[in-house]
Design a protein around this ligand. Structure first.
Ligand SMILES: *Cc1c(COP(=O)(O)O)cnc(C)c1O
Length: 392
């Protein structure tokens, strides 16, 4: 096993996790929807401005709830990027819908609104923009297309907590949005997530779906005198231990994000010369108010990327590629279809490299990564592997 001197990602600990866990344990209230869950949900509602936040066991579970309450049915089509995590599509396949994979923009790696517009059919029921790396999608364009198509917008904001666009937070644009608190995300509980609900007419059903199809949430609020099975649903509540850990993280979310932004900015500055040499392309500035979830670069070729990953690994530096496009995955081919060219998706998935980024990375760490990267890229070029980057 590789011993990483600079791992790709590392969980930030705030110091209050144990204290909150102890409080939860001593309260003996360990099932879901206790006081820690409520405090997390209130924090999320305030931070995102969403109408209602409900904690879930994962971002995946949040997407599954969203697909149910959006009324997705067999035969429906859901437009989403191919360049995303499988859960973005799987939640809708579970409802019998067909994911329609479209291309991404070459600069933001976010869903291309032009491709979305071209993919709309009378069967289109939902559009799922994924805020890649925490950079918000062009939500004005997507909203306009959705309105014309009579489709619901469900944001996959799994990577985007505390990102903003035009001062509007991620998760406040769509009727529904999903957040993830997986270990790899900026703010984590190991596993965890939340569904954010902006269309108030969907809150009641979301509560029921999340509570195994029962109206137990209403019962606990004293709105009904017994609870019973009223709809489809599943076990979509995290326990209080998860919420206790998460609350400690949420309370420091701004600090954690700022620490990541500093790493992001240092990479961006130090990698400018390599971009000028033409051996890599940097991401755009954090101009869209992204949360520094990912610092990714484009390398000249797939072969360069393999070489660089191996070289960095030799130095104990964890740099990783990202998605296998869903349209070329076994399940994506079986359950979905494509619309238009997926040229950018295919290209980016072969050349994109993510550099280590976490709260607590020192300036020296960032310097070492960029130096090792430069050495590896120049060596690759010396071997005649690298070509000049095509203009994007
Ligand atoms: C992490 C992630 C998910 C899944 O979240 P989990 O909490 O791991 O279930 C879904 N979509 C995107 C874009 C993600 O990055």
């Amino acid at each position: 096993m590789t011993r990483w001197s600079i791992p790709f990602t590392r969980v930030h600990l705030t110091g209050r996790e144990i204290e909150y866990l102890r409080e939860a344990v001593e309260s003996r209230q360990l099932a879901g929807d206790g006081s820690f869950t409520r405090r997390c949900q209130r924090w999320l509602e305030q931070a995102t401005g969403c109408h209602r936040a409900l904690l879930t066991p994962s971002g995946t579970a949040a997407l599954e709830i969203a697909a149910i309450v959006a009324g997705i049915e067999p035969g429906d089509e859901v437009i989403l990027p191919s360049f995303t995590f499988p859960s973005t599509a799987n939640a809708f396949v579970l409802r019998g819908a067909t994911p329609v994979f479209v291309d991404i923009d070459a600069h933001t790696f976010n869903i291309d609104p032009g491709a979305v517009a071209a993919a709309v059919t009378p069967r289109t029921r939902a559009i799922v923009p994924v805020h890649y790396a925490g950079t918000l999608c062009d939500m004005d364009a997507i909203d306009a297309i959705a309105r014309d198509a009579g489709a619901v917008v469900i944001e996959d904001a799994a990577q985007a907590l505390l990102s903003v666009r035009d001062s509007k937070p991620a998760g406040s644009f769509g009727a529904l949005a999903a957040l993830s608190f997986h270990q790899t995300k900026n703010i984590t509980a190991g596993e965890g997530g939340a569904i954010l609900i902006n269309d108030s007419s969907l809150v009641a059903r979301a509560e029921i779906v999340r509570e195994k199809g029962t109206d137990r949430s209403r019962f606990f609020r004293g709105e009904v005198d017994k609870y019973t099975w009223v709809d489809i649903g599943s076990s979509y509540l995290p326990g209080e231990l998860i919420a206790a850990f998460l609350l400690a993280q949420l309370e420091d979310a701004a600090k954690i994000t700022a620490a990541r932004e500093a790493v992001w900015a240092r990479y961006h500055q130090l990698l400018a010369p390599l971009e000028e040499e033409g051996v890599l392309v940097r991401p755009r500035e954090l101009s869209q108010g992204a949360n520094a979830h990912i610092y990714s670069i484009l390398l000249p070729s797939f072969a360069d990327r393999m070489h660089v990953i191996e070289e960095l690994k030799r130095h104990g530096i964890g740099a990783v590629f990202h998605y296998v496009p869903l349209h070329s995955s076994p399940a994506g081919r079986k359950y979905g279809r494509t619309s238009g060219s997926l040229r950018v998706t295919d290209d980016v998935s072969e050349r994109l490299l993510r550099l280590p980024i976490w709260s607590g990375m020192s300036d020296e760490d960032v310097d070492l990564v960029t130096q090792s990267l430069g050495t590896a890229l120049r060596a690759a070029r010396g071997q005649g592997v690298a070509r000049l980057l095509p203009q994007m």
